[in-house]
Design a protein. Structure first.
Length: 612
């Protein structure tokens, strides 16, 4: 089926490709770069990035780019090619990856049952009427209640009663985080008299809860109570509504970061479905990593009060401190004292959507306003301090045109000489090493139709040794020629020096017994380690004469079997010699020195033979 679609057509939907000889090239979607190093080979149906090392066939690309399973990638390719798959493939595309009988599988089932129970209590029993009134008063419709599976935990021990009836394992309940344990070892429902917000993983499976206290009399209890850390739930790595938001982000390439669950839910009801929120804690590095693997743009939309402004500042600085590839950050500043939930309730869904679209600003624009706080710009000292801080922000902007726009704005507002501002900016830029994008940030503003996968640090091009080049060439000829394969495998005791080439050699032997003819894309799919796929891609990218030349094959084998062992022996003796010197073992030092001299002579003789 893989050969029924053109890998260039598929990848071309996400990457702008240009013809370059036999291949197609473009900017790698997996890491930040300005010079194209991403290559797609139409003939062999595989891709390779010379910058970050990513490689694979059409299935691997979709798996990495869209964060989907192999079965889902196969299903997507089949649908695109108009190919009907057997029912078991289609059904397994939505099958959970966690076995139901595993501990995590059982915990997931327990959380799902708890969510169903709390939801039923909210919408179908008198015990949930107080919670239902609260949500209705907040403008949450029945449709949204069902969409987010909101619920209510009453004062009665309903969840514990259910678990006792089902005779669920005591230790499993302890690990779930759904219960507290008293001194006698008895378990009690953790949540009581709270509106329940199920927290889900990226697959939409319930992994935890956040409960909002209704009673205003219990001042000693927290307003919001989250599940504790469990085998399923790590709050630093969890974002509320990510399961639904990432699907919406594929349409317009952006996520909205809100402060609270109700902001996300209200925005969803207003038609903004790409909203997410952190778990009642500060925004974390782990959450930044998840976001930049999901989308190309993050819009921070916090409350318009002072606390919200400060939170935006912290969020921007956190994103800037991380290697976030081509993730752009924008700010949507709400009016002071109004959060997204309140805005929707006051002005309606359409006005809210219009506001988000029209008030989107760059981080520099945000700081031009934010840095004014606490300063009297009519006073020279505060004005100078403000300008110095703003210029430090502008110095990070990589394009002269953008810098010029901001300098013009400052010069006009404060009646200053623009040339003086430019001079000051130049000094700041020189001290900070020039106008470099922050922490891997790509300021080009490239937005693709689909979110990129994790930004991968570009790998430097490493010059390989003559012996390793021989290994690569030999492996290439072995894979592409049955004659060379038979010639090498008939050599008793032959062994590649580097483990990754030997592993590929052994896996290729297994592959040929199952597939017969060699296909790069099929063999890439056969490999289950990224490092091996990278090595194979490097082998396939060799610029050598594809026509087999047996003298070249023999030269490669001679280099591998003679020169490399010599090098290894020399390294080993040098190491032993250092140890002997450390121990002041004069006799051993003499023996090792003689041995080393002989090995070096043999190496020199071999090199002389090679040059003649």
């Amino acid at each position: 089926m893989r050969n029924s679609v053109d890998i260039v057509d598929v990848i071309g939907r996400y990457v702008q490709l240009k013809k370059a000889g036999k291949n197609f090239t473009g900017l790698c979607p997996f890491h930040n770069e300005q010079t194209p190093s991403f290559s797609v080979n139409a003939e062999k149906q595989y891709y390779h990035c010379f910058g970050c090392g990513r490689s694979g066939n059409v299935f691997q690309f979709l798996m990495d780019y869209q964060h989907i399973s192999f079965v889902e990638a196969v299903t997507a390719v089949a649908k695109d090619a108009g190919i009907s798959l057997p029912d078991q493939y289609v059904q397994s595309a939505d099958r959970p990856t966690t076995p139901a009988d595993s501990e995590n599988g059982q915990l997931l089932q327990l959380h799902q049952k708890a969510a169903e129970l709390y939801h039923y209590i909210l919408v179908g029993t008198p015990a949930g009427e107080a919670g239902l009134r609260y949500l209705t008063r907040r403008g949450v419709s029945r449709e949204l209640i069902d969409q987010f599976q909101l619920g209510f935990a009453p004062e009665q021990q309903v969840l514990k009663a259910y678990c006792d009836k089902e005779k669920l394992d005591y230790q499993l309940l302890r690990k779930s985080g759904l219960f507290t344990e008293d001194h006698a070892g008895q378990l009690h429902d953790r949540f009581a008299e709270r509106v329940m917000y199920p927290i889900k993983n990226r697959r939409g499976q319930v992994i935890a809860f956040s409960g909002r206290l209704l009673s205003t009399d219990q001042t000693d209890l927290p307003k919001y109570l989250n599940s504790p850390e469990t085998p399923l739930f790590n709050k630093r790595r969890t974002l509320f509504n990510l399961d639904q938001a990432r699907k919406a982000a594929r349409q317009d390439g952006k996520l909205y970061l809100f402060e609270g669950f109700m902001d996300v839910i209200s925005a969803f009801g207003a038609g903004v479905q790409a909203g997410i929120a952190s778990m009642g804690t500060s925004f974390t590095e782990e959450q930044v990593g998840i976001i930049h693997r999901t989308t190309t743009q993050l819009n921070i939309c916090y409350d318009g009060d002072q606390a919200g402004q400060n939170a935006i500042d912290r969020a921007i600085k956190l994103v800037e401190s991380q290697p976030t590839g081509n993730l752009q950050v924008r700010v949507v500043q709400l009016p002071a004292g109004v959060d997204p939930d309140e805005y929707v309730q006051r002005f309606g869904a359409e006005k809210f959507r219009q506001y988000l679209a029209s008030q989107e600003e760059t981080t520099v624009d945000f700081y031009l306003r934010f840095l004014r706080q606490g300063r009297n710009l009519d006073q020279q000292g505060d004005r100078m301090d403000y300008l110095n801080q703003v210029l430090k922000v502008i110095a990070k902007v990589p394009t002269p045109l953008e810098q010029d726009l901001y300098l013009t704005k400052l010069a006009q507002e404060f009646s200053l000489d623009k040339a003086a501002l430019q001079s000051q900016l130049t000094q700041l830029s020189s001290r900070s090493g020039g106008n470099q994008p922050r922490s891997g940030q790509d300021y080009r503003g490239r937005v693709t139709d689909q979110p990129p996968v994790a930004a991968v640090e570009a790998r430097p091009q490493i010059k390989i040794s003559r012996a390793e080049l021989a290994e690569q060439m030999l492996l290439y000829y072995m894979l592409h020629s049955q004659e060379v394969w038979a010639h090498v495998t008939a050599t008793t005791g032959f062994h590649f020096v580097h483990e990754r080439y030997q592993t590929l050699y052994l896996l290729a032997a297994s592959y040929f017994t199952e597939h017969g003819d060699y296909s790069v894309a099929d063999f890439l799919n056969y490999l289950n380690e990224d490092e091996l796929r990278l090595t194979l891609s490097q082998v396939e990218q060799l610029r050598i004469n594809p026509a087999v030349q047996m003298p070249v094959v023999d030269d490669c084998m001679r280099i591998i079997t003679r020169q490399t062992p010599l090098d290894d022996q020399i390294d080993q003796v040098q190491k032993q010699l250092r140890e002997a010197n450390t121990l002041n073992n004069t006799e051993l030092v003499m023996k090792l020195t003689v041995k080393l001299v002989n090995l070096l002579k043999e190496q020199q003789q071999y090199k002389a033979e090679e040059t003649n």
